[in-house]
Write a protein that binds this ligand. Structure first.
Ligand code: ADP
Length: 635
């Protein structure tokens, strides 16, 4: 059969173009990527052969071999892992771009890749890194368990296309052959290869071997040297998480973190511990410094890698951590789980549950400690992941108090750039204050000018400012130290008893005009009442306790969700001169058409003040223009 020529997918083409033309430093990482792929392929073969021993093809001697051929100018990375069928080869190495590739390319446009070569691994585009050092790459592969005639030969010069053809391959697995560019021949030197392997792939579980030629004393002729070639293992192979903490440097921890997370920076925190007792396992968990670009995407992969007695079972095991800790990266190696554990069993397994609880507690304790002792580091964490952590309040009742203590907020009393906590808020509560007040919004400045805060400001009450999308939903139901959190835009606000009696008096005094406004706006609002939360503004819109607030409603709508429209309550400031004036007009002539215009204008203002859109902006503009003209006549 002749070779079939095929086009790379567009994104792959762009990626290759970038590899070849834009990346000049740290090219050596191509080897790390190939070794990592080879190691994954062995993990897969090892795992599948647990249930189908034929896949071993007689050998349990798993290894990755590097061969440098100076004569041919080629560097080959071979593994005896799972290999690929023809379809898999075509898909994996050409026609299917990984789901993250588009985002990756976008991210590259925004950052200086030359300074951040680690970005290459971030979205799983590792294989293509080969083209940084090779002008032609040949892959010869055969799926484990298939006949030797079912081998595949893939080749490309990265010119937009690749070829595939059948071939014979005696051993299962994959050979990736790099035809090195003229000025990249240094990668054929044994010492160079050794250095790179030790630097990047030392902890790879499987041996990375190479034939090394050495001069030794001849046993036949005394004083003469002879050359011998021996297969040498280049990596120390010890799974880093199984080493003692004291034997691991922070650099090694970081290097491993970059390997598993595809991050290009260091982790913010490393948590490494061994649990004994009801469950035996080792966890090496990292909190990243930066949220990955795709953390809010649907296909974001959650959970540490699960090993059972050093055999990799699953890349991302969601069951090992709660959803609100989905930013964690790492590995868990259990001694108790069965090797053939399935997804279904994982979900109801007691050991898994114990591990999940243990990691959750450990992580929350670490964060509490970080907040106390390394506040700046904590601020970094909170800025990146605070809004994900917050979901825990809703998702894990038993941890609600501990998570509440980890939350940070700006407030009406914090200085610019500073944040407070619920604990501090409660300590500063006024005599007789029973609730923790908060307001939601999109920015601190916008919130600070809100009319909802007028009475709180006058009476010197602190109000927490919440700017995350999830806040109203999560915080509205929270109770902290017996105190309910209460939105200042919802329900009744009774800051003190005197206010309440003033409000009641005003309701009686302005009973008639209130009744009139209520009648005018009956289709749009639930009720009209006098307010004790306003001091300067004339009116505002207030939600009922338990309703979602206007900010949340707008956001859900923007996300395309169906939101049932809740009618709100219009609150009017009894001490505003407009109320007195309206009452006077009403007393003179209850049918004066200006009254219904005013009622409508009050409603429109309240809608604008809560940040929502008017249903009929043109009518509002007409009314304002008319008012201006009327007013001008009196000047
Ligand atoms: P990633 O490894 O992040 O998925 P790559 O571009 O490096 O991205 O590889 C793409 C895919 O090609 C892999 O997911 C795997 O399915 C396949 N692959 C690459 N190298 C090998 C190999 N040595 N053995 C088997 N499959 C491989």
């Amino acid at each position: 059969m002749t070779a079939k020529k095929m086009e790379f997918k567009t994104e792959v083409k762009q990626l290759l173009d970038l590899m070849i033309h834009s990346l000049y430093s740290h090219k050596e990482i191509f080897l790390r990527e190939l070794i990592s792929n080879a190691s994954d392929a062995i993990d897969k073969a090892k795992y599948e052969s647990l249930t189908d021993s034929a896949l071993m093809e007689g050998t349990g001697d798993w290894k990755i071999k590097i061969t440098a051929d100076k004569g041919a100018g080629t560097l080959t990375v071979s593994d005896n892992g799972i290999g690929m069928t023809k379809e898999e080869t075509v898909e994996s190495l050409g026609t299917i771009a990984h789901s993250g590739t588009k985002e990756f390319l976008k991210a590259l446009q925004q950052r200086d890749v030359k300074d951040n070569p680690e970005l290459i691994g971030q979205f799983g585009v590792g294989f293509y890194a080969s083209f940084m050092v090779a002008d032609r790459v040949t892959v010869i592969t055969r799926r484990a368990g298939e006949e030797s005639s079912r081998g595949v030969r893939w080749e490309s010069t990265a010119d937009g296309s690749f070829t595939v053809e059948d071939t014979v391959k005696e051993h299962k697995g994959t050979d990736v052959i790099l035809h090195l560019k003229e000025d990249e021949k240094k990668y054929l030197e044994a010492w160079e290869i050794k250095n790179i392997v030790r630097k990047y792939s030392d902890y790879i579980e499987h041996p990375v071997v190479m034939d090394i030629e050495r001069e030794v004393d001849s046993t036949i002729e005394k004083g003469k040297k002879v050359k011998v070639t021996e297969e040498e293992t280049l990596n120390s192979r010890k799974a880093i998480w199984l080493k003692n903490k004291s034997e691991i440097t922070q650099d090694e921890y970081n290097e491993f973190y970059r390997h598993i997370s595809h991050d290009y920076g260091d982790a913010l925190k490393t948590i490494h511990y061994r649990a004994e007792g009801t469950s035996e396992f080792t966890a090496l968990i990292y909190i990243p410094s930066k949220a990955p670009l795709n953390i809010f995407y649907k296909d974001f992969k959650i959970g540490p890698t699960l090993y059972v007695k050093r055999v990799q079972i699953m890349d991302h095991c969601e069951e090992l951590i709660p959803l609100y800790l989905r930013f964690l990266k790492g590995v868990v190696d259990s001694s108790d789980l069965p090797l053939n554990i399935s997804r279904e069993i994982l979900q109801s397994n007691r050991q898994v549950e114990i591990i999940r609880k243990s990691i959750t507690s450990k992580l929350l304790d670490t964060l509490s400690d970080m907040k106390e002792r390394e506040y700046d580091t904590y601020l970094n964490f909170y800025g990146e992941f605070g809004k994900i952590l917050k979901e825990g309040i809703h998702l894990e009742f038993s941890k609600k108090d501990q998570i509440s203590d980890l939350l940070l907020f700006p407030s009406t009393k914090t200085q610019k750039g500073e944040l407070t906590t619920l604990q501090k808020y409660v300590e500063g509560m006024k005599e007789g204050q029973e609730e923790i007040y908060y307001i939601t919004g999109i920015s601190i400045d916008e919130v600070l000018s809100s009319p909802y805060l007028e009475a709180f400001r006058e009476k010197d009450y602190e109000v927490l400012i919440m700017l995350d999308e999830v806040d109203d939903f999560i915080m509205g139901n929270l109770q902290y130290k017996d105190k309910h959190l209460k939105s200042v835009t919802k329900g009744d606000i009774k800051l003190d008893k005197a206010d309440e009696s003033d409000r009641k008096k005003a309701e009686t005094k302005y009973e008639k005009i209130l009744g009139f406004i209520r009648d005018c706006l009956k289709d749009d609002v639930k009720d009209v009442r006098m307010s004790s939360r306003l001091k300067d503004s004339v009116c505002c819109m207030v939600g009922e306790e338990g309703d979602i607030d206007a900010h949340m409603e707008r956001m859900l709508k923007a996300m395309g969700q169906e939101v049932p429209t809740h009618k709100r309550v219009l609150e009017i400031n009894p001490s505003h001169p407009v109320v007195e004036a309206m009452q006077a007009i009403y007393d003179k002539d209850g049918k004066n058409p200006i009254l219904s215009d005013y009622a409508r204008l009050l409603y429109d203002q309240a809608v604008l003040l809560e940040g929502s859109k008017l249903k009929d902006p043109a009518a509002f503009a007409r009314s304002i223009a008319k008012l201006m003209a009327d007013n001008a006549r009196h000047i």
